[in-house]
Design a protein around this ligand. Structure first.
Ligand code: DON
Length: 605
């Protein structure tokens, strides 16, 4: 088209020239005019070619982004990321005018019905809160050792470890969840206590559809199969629930109903407490009314650290996770590890060496701050970090063997759950809570409908012997009455230029801090979108056992190179057990990335 109009114009110009220019300019003027037209046409054509080229390039980039990489879920105002369908309980409460804390309580109670794998009425955990006005707190509702607990309680007469810290009624710490939620409610919530329990009561009393994932968890649990009451509650007349079946939980509904009506003390001094004590006594458990009455959830000041222009708000002891995250980030900052690229042997090696150094400290120094003095400041002091970093050989693995052998983690499944919530006002809540093992110790309290934790296994049952997560721990984490076992749970909130930027956390026992670390680095150092950052394969090193566990998805070349640097590399068939849920607030959009390693969902509006 352009070409034709150019010719038309030129012809027209020639005709005009013939009539009006009989003089010396007769040749010159049409020549200039023609040249001008040719020039303009040339520029126009070039411009079109250029624009087409740029548009094609942009399209290619866009298509690559959309087709090649899973995108997070986007929402404008509020978002809940939790194991489904408990996310719906959170959204329902937000829509009724509740804030993020109300929603966190609602999700926490709802998980007891739809995700008893970790839904932890009979357990405990941590809630990290950052309100939009900047108030930040950490609610510690970790279980405590009962009054009758003692240092050697899980050793037999010959001093050998028994299974009692993991299996049976004696494996439970005093549950903290109800007091934890009550403390959060009294400080921050907008809705009445009973309104926050309502969705959970509905789910338990009216029933819900069993998902594929839930059905699989029930079928594969060995701990549930050991307990007669669990067999009654979590099987359907002796047969497994199948995906699509309806599950109704009347005992749980009644327990939740009493807690809603009588308030949180119902669990600690009411009928529920009396029934729990009766069952404990009948089965040789240790928890008494006195333990329940004495239990208190506490507020603690979160730890804070920085990485580049990010502020990381992290879990303080009795979690070891926050110290770990901050220590590992501090060792990595400025090291240039990321220049080798994601998944390269050089970057995995460097990060694994950082992990190894953290776990050596974690297992040696840390315990419940109400019982031991944790050297938090010393562990995070810049000169100490520099010293630890300088001991890393960028080419060779540092053997861990000076501190004794580590056994691999037990084949028993473990399960915790994490959820993130941001409400329309920008209040943010990150909760990790747990029964420790998958379905805790597998014991459902008769008449109460909830499962009990086996959190006592997080203590050092015997110095030098590994626990469920293969952690070889020390004296500061020894068992004492009323003490909280050291945890790896690391609910964290990240600010960018002082604004809310990220909520992150997950289950996975000892693998939590390293998984949270890697997802954070994937976003901040490797420029991945939130979903890509969560999906990417992960690795883990915990000092003992002296090996890097890697998920599928890393290049065989990188693995071979790691081995040649002196690492034992354990290639795992499944996930590296930690499941990270990530919520990023970037500009005005909330971006939710649920981890496909479990059955989480990001939902918002
Ligand atoms: O507090 C801890 O570190 C452990 N009880 C957490 C257990 C856990 O994450 C299990 N999940 N896979």
């Amino acid at each position: 088209m352009i070409h034709r109009s150019h010719e038309d114009l030129a012809t027209k110009n020639t005709k005009l020239t013939k009539v009006r220019s009989p003089k010396p300019f007769a040749f010159f003027v049409p020549f200039v005019a023609k040249s001008f037209v040719f020039f303009v046409t040339f520029v126009a054509k070039s411009f079109v070619v250029f624009v087409t080229f740029v548009a094609t390039l942009l399209l290619l980039v866009f298509v690559a982004r959309v087709d090649g990489i899973r995108q997070p879920v986007f929402a404008r105002h509020a978002m809940v990321i939790a194991q489904q369908p408990a996310d719906e309980a959170g959204l329902a409460v937000l829509r009724k005018g509740g804030n993020a804390v109300d929603a966190a309580i609602a999700v926490g109670f709802a998980l007891n019905a739809v995700y008893p794998y970790a839904g932890a009425l009979g357990g405990g955990g941590f809630m990290l809160v950052r309100m939009a006005d900047g108030r930040t707190t950490f609610i510690d509702f970790r279980e405590k050792a009962p009054g009758a607990a003692s240092r050697g309680m899980y050793l037999d007469a010959a001093g050998n470890l028994t299974r009692d810290s993991v299996e049976g009624w004696r494996s439970s710490g005093v549950p903290g969840t109800v007091k934890g939620f009550a403390l959060a409610h009294s400080k921050f919530a907008k809705l009445p206590w009973a309104a926050d329990l309502a969705p959970a009561i509905d789910l338990a009393s009216k029933g819900f559809t069993v998902s594929y994932g839930f059905a699989e968890q029930l079928k594969t649990s060995r701990s549930l199969a050991r307990d007669p009451e669990s067999t009654r509650i979590w099987l359907k007349g002796g047969a497994f629930y199948e995906a699509g079946d309806r599950m109704v939980l009347p005992d749980l509904a009644r327990t939740l109903g009493r807690i809603a009506k009588n308030g949180p003390d119902e669990f600690y001094t009411g009928d529920t407490a009396a029934m729990l004590e009766t069952q404990m006594q009948a089965h040789g458990g240790l928890i008494t009314r006195t333990d329940l009455t004495a239990y208190a959830a506490v507020e603690r000041t979160p730890l804070t650290g920085t990485y580049r222009n990010y502020t990381v708000i992290a879990a303080p002891p009795p979690s070891a996770g926050g110290i770990g995250l901050l220590q590992m980030l501090a060792m990595l900052e400025g090291s240039g590890y990321e220049k080798a690229g994601f998944g390269s042997a050089a970057s995995i090696h460097y990060v694994a060496e950082v992990m190894r150094r953290y776990y050596a400290d974690r297992n040696t120094y840390l315990g419940d701050p109400d019982f031991v003095t944790n050297p938090v400041t010393a562990l995070l002091a810049p000169p100490y970090i520099t010293q630890r970093r300088s001991s890393i050989d960028p080419e060779r693995a540092t053997p861990s063997k000076t501190l004794g052998p580590g056994l691999s983690a037990s084949a028993e499944h473990a399960e915790t759950t994490h959820y993130n919530i941001v409400d329309a006002d920008g209040n943010a809540v990150a909760v990790t809570y747990t029964l420790n093992g998958g379905f805790g110790n597998g014991i459902t309290v008769p008449g109460l409908g909830f499962l009990l934790n086996n959190e006592m296994d997080d203590f050092t049952s015997r110095p030098g012997s590994p626990n469920l997560f293969g952690l070889v721990q020390g004296e500061p984490n020894a068992i004492l009455p009323g003490k909280r076992p050291l945890s790896s749970m690391a609910p964290s909130i990240v600010l960018r230029d002082n604004d809310l930027y990220m909520l992150i956390g997950g289950p996975g026992g000892s693998r939590i801090p390293t998984a949270v670390l890697q997802v954070f680095l994937n976003v901040v150092d490797f420029g991945m979108n939130p979903q890509e950052a969560v999906d990417a394969p992960r690795f883990h090193h915990q000092w003992l056992p002296d090996a890097i566990s890697v998920e599928r998805g890393f290049s065989p070349d990188a693995i071979a190179l790691l081995k040649s640097r002196g690492h034992e590399v354990r290639e795992e068939q499944g996930a590296v057990a930690a499941v990270v849920e990530l919520l990023v607030k970037d500009k005005e959009w909330l971006q939710g990335a649920a981890d496909g390693r479990r059955f989480g969902r990001a939902a918002g509006y």
